[in-house]
Design a protein around this ligand. Structure first.
Ligand SMILES: [Zn+2]
Length: 326
């Protein structure tokens, strides 16, 4: 895996592989600390074209800037976790040459941090219990209508919501440009579900701070989560990372890749072809002759040339034609 390392400006030492194997680089104190990116998949299935695009985009962005790249498994919702999926995702990253730094992080092991953040919000009067059912909320036009702000409507188990302050929130996204949200319209967001599971918005906010993430690069399907996370950062006194939202790969009918031919797992028998396809989707203009090279050589070409402005303002990309099943 030394080809990747040699191609980046960060490396102060050669790649070393841990005793457990796997393509991870040891933490190098100080090296690239000014830029730390991450890839945070949910272990609910194998990586497909869309998730490989998010992995590659965030990896290239980190390596181009000489930064670190961390992997975090978003496995809080244990009911949705598929056994073996996390390992399959890591094997895919390895096959594609996408080395990560340090140990893989698992959200399911971060409960203490989420609880302490929730308690801090509670102390400041920034959360409230909410008894609304999904069906009741489905009738609301947008966001949360504020039904339980002054108390839950009925006894029994409640979700807990973060009280959003009214006003406009503005984020300069490195790919999507300046984005504005009306916080009142977004509404108060769930930070702990009725079943006791910490909600995504709280967990991701705490994790990004805990892991020292400075640059979040992820799919544009999470663009509208950003204002809640920024508000939670403010409330918890956490730093705000820079955001860059990559376009989401969609089926020809415009729907996010789901259970269709387009969403087939990434082809690990031809990792070079997979990388080249995704680099092409990202409009990085890879020369076709790269296809014959190893992932390491393809990435060595791509790191110095990484140009996110090629996808400026794009929130969706049509999926490439699926290969016919043999
Ligand atoms: Zn409610």
């Amino acid at each position: 895996m030394s080809g990747v390392n040699a191609s980046t400006a960060t490396a102060t030492t050669a790649t070393a592989e841990g005793p457990g194997g796997g393509h991870r680089r040891p933490f190098q104190d100080g090296a690239g600390a000014s830029h730390t990116g991450r890839f945070a998949p949910s272990p609910t299935g194998p990586l497909h074209t869309g998730s490989v695009l998010a992995a590659l985009g965030s990896w290239l962005d980190a390596r181009h800037h000489g930064g670190r790249w961390l992997v975090r498994m978003e496995d809080l919702d244990t009911a949705r976790v598929v056994p073996g999926a996390a390992d399959a995702i890591l094997r895919t990253l390895e096959a594609l040459g996408l080395e990560w730094d340090g140990p893989v992080d698992y959200q399911s092991r971060g409960q203490d941090a989420y609880l302490s953040a929730l308690l801090r919000l509670r102390e400041r009067g920034l959360t409230f219990p909410c008894s609304c059912s999904r069906r009741e909320l489905a009738q609301a036009d947008t966001g949360y209508p504020g039904t339980c702000r002054s108390g839950p409507q009925r006894p029994g188990p409640c979700a807990e919501r973060f009280r959003v302050q009214a006003g406009e929130l503005c984020v300069d996204d490195r790919i999507q440009g300046r984005r504005r949200w009306d916080l009142a319209q977004l509404g108060d967001v769930v930070v702990r579900r009725r079943d006791g599971v910490f909600a995504y918005q709280l967990a991701v906010t705490v994790d990004d701070a805990r892991q020292g993430i400075t640059h979040v690069v992820r799919g544009a399907d999470l663009l509208d989560s950003t204002p809640w996370q920024v508000e939670l950062q403010r409330a918890l006194g956490l730093p705000r990372p820079q955001y860059a939202h990559l376009p989401v790969v969609v089926d020809p009918d415009g729907a996010k890749l789901a259970k269709s031919l387009h969403a087939l797992p990434a082809d690990l028998s031809r990792p070079g072809a997979t990388l080249l396809q995704v680099l092409t989707l990202l409009r990085q203009n890879p020369p076709p002759e790269l296809a014959a090279l190893s992932p390491e050589h393809i990435l060595a070409w791509a790191v110095p040339k990484w140009n996110p402005s090629a996808i400026h303002g794009l929130t969706t990309l049509p999926a490439p034609a699926p290969k016919l099943l043999a």
